[in-house]
Ligand binder design. Structure first.
Ligand SMILES: *Cc1c(COP(=O)(O)O)cnc(C)c1O
Length: 412
């Protein structure tokens, strides 16, 4: 008899974006003429830059020849890309990593989800709240989170990040955490962490023998030079942290699929007997068994981001999104809304007025302004009372959405 992994049955079936789609469809059925603008989905909209397209064409042509054909590549990724990463993303910030510490992935979602399988099932995890749902769900799948009660998993430490604490996560004093997920710049709040605050987490991890899983998917959106773009800017982090990067939001690779994960060689985890095990070694073993690499074309495309033209073109698109964010922030604040994020991240986190719930505000905005947002509570209990807006739209649709929000706000 093939028995099911019962932990999958514990997953909360209502997937946030499916629920949103259902409600938007219901609205469209009732209002077939309405033109709905989404400031909800976390996908990018602008095309790949010319340098990337050129590199992809070139790689494709190579594959069409006997000499240039590439079959299975190294499971860890091609050295040309791993070297470009070290040279461009880390060395300029004084971070010296070894090429064997870089693992090319097919996007950060896979690795942020898969990394937990290296860890014993009863490690206790902590997450900042609200948070990208992949971290918790991937742990639920292995039975690590306990049971779901009142919007929370019993075996997860939720570390609230709200306007009340300035979105600065406070290290819980009363419960030891073994594994901590941090995501900065944050999805969904669009807020960032200072070096000083991040240092507290690194010190906590070093002192308590905990592991930090640091998601830096949005680091390219950081404008403030004092905000860390990598956890390895903090001394000691290579002994306690794994870092995930993605080209999805950096360079529009949501469909191309490529990113990378840093697993330092200094990082170890313990057996019950206290023997220290190299995580780099385990992850390499895992990848060689379960992963056959990102495609050659994707990796050549990613390499092109680091050329002078590529850099400049990618920056132009990031600036494009960030000018949307600026306009959203200014307009919404002028209208009297309490809005956070949007300065070093493509997300804005809006407090719903007058204690309206996330879902209630979502419906009011949809029916009143024909604009879609993402209810904050879908990202965790501390997201209640907020909605997420994204700056990933076109200028035109963003402007139009803001004009509608303005009319709607003034009309009620
Ligand atoms: C978009 C996103 C990613 C990247 O996902 P990919 O699989 O690389 O497309 C990772 N983490 C967070 C928090 C994200 O929002």
């Amino acid at each position: 008899m093939a028995l099911v992994n019962i932990h999958f049955l514990n997953l909360q079936s209502n997937y946030l974006f499916a629920d949103i789609a259902k409600k938007v469809n219901a609205f469209k059925v009732m209002h077939p003429k309405a033109d709905v603008i989404s400031l909800g989905i976390g996908d990018v909209t602008q095309p790949l830059c010319p340098a990337v397209i050129k590199a992809m064409h070139k790689a494709t042509e190579e594959l069409a020849t006997t000499e240039g054909f590439h079959g299975y590549g190294p499971e860890q990724g091609y050295p040309f890309l791993r070297e470009a990463i070290l040279k461009n993303d880390f060395l300029p910030r004084g971070i010296h990593l070894d090429i064997d510490e870089v693992f090319i992935n097919d996007g950060a979602k896979s690795d942020t989800g898969n990394i937990q399988e290296l860890l014993h099932w009863d490690n206790f995890i902590g997450v900042t709240d609200p948070i990208y749902p992949v971290y918790i769900d991937s742990n639920v799948m292995i039975g690590r989170c306990g049971t779901f009660r009142d919007g929370r998993w019993t075996n997860v430490r939720y570390i609230p990040c709200t306007a009340e604490n300035g979105f600065v996560p406070e290290i819980p004093k009363n419960r030891h955490m073994d594994v901590i997920y941090l995501c900065y710049p944050n999805n969904p709040t669009g807020t960032v962490i200072s070096k000083q605050e991040l240092r507290k987490w690194v010190n906590y991890a070093l002192k308590n023998d905990a592991l930090i899983l640091y998601d830096a998917a949005y680091q390219a959106y950081i404008r403030d030079p004092d905000i860390p773009r990598s956890i390895y800017e903090i001394r000691g982090a290579r002994k306690c942290a794994i870092e995930f990067h993605s080209y999805s939001k950096t360079a529009g690779f949501t469909g191309v699929r490529c990113g990378y994960t840093i697993v330092p060689k200094d990082l170890t985890v313990s057996t019950f007997e206290g023997e220290r095990i190299s995580v780099n070694h385990l992850w390499n073993r895992r990848q060689c068994t379960k992963f056959n690499g990102a495609s050659y074309i994707s990796q050549r495309a990613a390499e092109a981001i680091y050329t002078p033209e590529g850099r400049q073109q990618v920056q132009t698109t990031i600036d494009y999104y960030m000018s949307n964010a600026r306009l959203m922030l200014d307009t919404l604040r002028d209208l009297g809304y309490e809005v956070y994020g949007g300065e070093n991240a493509p997300y804005l986190w809006l407090r719903t007025p007058n204690g309206t719930t996330s879902w209630q505000f979502f419906e009011e905005l949809l029916y009143g302004a024909n604009v879609v947002c993402t209810p904050g509570v879908g990202f965790g209990p501390s997201g209640e009372g907020y909605v997420r807006l994204t700056a990933f739209g076109s200028h035109e649709s963003t402007k139009e959405a803001l004009a509608r929000i303005k009319d709607w706000t003034h009309s009620h």
